[in-house]
Design a protein around this ligand. Structure first.
Ligand code: AMP
Length: 515
């Protein structure tokens, strides 16, 4: 027998096994907060969303976009949209109007679900149906009027697209990563297996749900009937408060989130206040290699288990995991931190290789189907039957270590920025003759965006003027934080920018060329 691996299974199962269990604790002060939602209700609300999409004539396979900070509605949409055969397009809520409009148009989304605070940003974007997630406009979509619909049956297909996640990469415009149900299902299963997610877990959503579908953890936690605690805005002290109040056992984030938690914990410790979660919480970190010192502090000052994973949106994302095996039990914190600083061993079902140039290659059931409507980019990424990560590294025994990035991508605060996109933007300024955008080490964000600029002869522009120019055209997190003016930029004989040379002085004396 073969039953399709579709992500709707996860919520269906939780609603059967644990219907009265609280599934979601929504952000109490969020717009139209849903409060506490049981698995039975979550299932009914997802079904309502699907039947409302039926009524609107949104066909199976059609794209439904969502742009919102974390919310209960976002969690419900994972299932109400993808679980009933439509394709969810989660969009970074920090993008500006033009960037959101591009994604809507490129993905051909027919519906936009949006957070009321983003009204000004999405007001003029072109989309057939817009739904404001405020408890008024969306009343029928989530069954808030008590009218719970029965959706049209979908011919389940595990190879159908589950989501299209736009990610900034090697091209100026973001690419739409098409993840199938099978990709998402198996990623969630292996992630959940490695982390031993159980019905006793309480997952705090410190990771943006738009980012690789919250890395797939919403699926894994739902399947087991764990409790989701929604966090709308990341703040170190607020995270500690939720850990204390909600009994959080699991959270995921970029190293910048860990740094915020450590700062808040240090403040608490200095005030003689309790730091919660010791011996109970595991924190999963990815997006950049966390400093060893940070890992040690997580172990010593918080008493939380530190787990590192490595992956990409294109790989759903789990490729490697570094979770201390029994052999490390007797090690002291410093020794264990040094070992946990590596990206990890291949996750279940993943095969890794390093090519002659030192690029990490991967094969797995989690590797995406294709870039939406970009066959050439897809072909390049999957050449030779391996996925080309664009990350440089080596194997230390079975452990992958990421040392640099081959692709022109900067990762700041866990989010990707395409250097090319920022360079394109700088070139729009009349005073800019040449521009190179690079990532430089940053205490808080891991890396920050820096532009090296050559001005046109006889033209003038200040650093703040060029930064403002970028901020007005791009999402703010993509704009350079600093600009240096140069008389020329290092180039190869063929005129190509030598990014590694330009980066070198900023990374001198460091073990790795990424942060
Ligand atoms: P994204 O597709 O936005 O999730 O970004 C994926 C990229 O993040 C990867 O290609 C790496 O460059 C980087 N990355 C993710 N996890 C790690 C890690 N544990 N260590 C180093 N870099 C990482």
């Amino acid at each position: 027998m073969r039953v399709e691996l579709t992500i709707g299974n996860f919520l269906d199962r939780a609603a059967v096994a644990l219907p009265d269990r609280v599934a979601i604790v929504d952000e109490p002060d969020g717009p139209g907060s849903l409060g506490a939602v049981t698995y039975g209700e979550m299932h009914a609300r997802a079904a309502s969303l699907a039947s409302r999409l039926d009524e609107l004539g949104v066909a199976h396979g059609a794209r439904v976009a969502i742009v919102s900070p974390n919310s209960a509605r976002f969690l419900i949409a994972f299932f109400g949209v993808s679980g009933y055969g439509r394709v969810l397009v989660p969009i970074n809520f920090r993008l500006n109007e033009a960037e959101i409009a591009y994604i809507l148009s490129h993905s051909g989304a027919e519906v936009l679900l949006y957070d009321p605070e983003l009204e000004g940003v999405v007001e003029h974007v072109d989309v057939a149906h817009r739904v404001r997630l405020d408890g008024v406009d969306d009343i029928a979509f989530f069954g808030l009027d008590g009218m719970l619909g029965e959706p049209r049956a979908w011919a389940q297909d595990e190879d159908a697209s589950c989501s299209i996640n736009y990610t900034s990469g090697t091209t100026a415009n973001p690419k739409g990563v098409q993840l199938t149900h099978r990709n998402c299902w198996l990623n969630a299963a292996s992630f959940g297996w490695h982390l031993q997610v159980s019905d006793r877990d309480v997952l705090l959503h410190t990771l943006p749900m738009f980012h690789a579908n919250g890395w797939g953890m919403p699926y894994a936690a739902t399947a087991m009937g764990a409790r989701h605690v929604v966090l709308r805005k990341v703040d170190g002290e607020e995270i500690l408060r939720r850990v204390e109040r909600e009994g959080v056992t699991l959270l995921c984030g970029a190293p910048a989130v860990v740094a915020m938690i450590l700062d808040a914990a240090a403040k608490r410790a200095a005030d003689g206040q309790h730091v919660p979660g010791r011996g109970e919480v595991r924190i999963v970190v990815a997006g950049a290699p966390p400093p060893r010192r940070v890992i040690e502090q997580v172990q010593d000052e918080l008493g939380w288990e530190f787990v590192q994973i490595y992956g990409l949106t294109e790989t759903s994302p789990l490729l490697t995991i570094n979770r201390a095996p029994r052999e490390w039990d007797e090690l002291d914190s410093k020794e264990r931190a040094a070992l946990l600083g590596r990206a990890g061993v291949p996750a279940i079902g993943v095969e890794l290789a390093i090519d002659v140039d030192g690029e990490i290659l991967a094969r797995s059931n989690h590797v995406f189907a294709s870039y939406w409507n970009q066959p050439d980019e897809t072909k390049k990424a999957l050449e030779g039957g391996w996925f080309h990560t664009g990350d440089g590294g080596f194997l230390d025994g079975p452990y992958a270590v990421i040392t640099d990035r081959r692709k022109d991508v900067i990762i700041t605060g866990g989010e990707n920025v395409s250097s090319i996109e920022v360079e394109d933007c700088l070139f729009q300024h009349p005073a800019v003759a040449e521009a190179a955008v690079i990532g430089v080490p940053d205490e808080k964000w891991g890396e920050s965006v820096k532009a090296l600029v050559v001005l046109r002869e006889g033209q003038n522009a200040t650093e703040s003027e060029l930064i403002e120019h970028c901020r007005s055209a791009l999402a703010h997190f993509k704009a350079p934080r600093t600009i240096e003016f140069r008389s020329e930029l290092a180039r190869t004989a063929t005129g190509k920018l030598q990014k590694f040379k330009l980066r070198e002085p900023y990374w001198e004396g460091r073990e790795r060329a990424i942060n």
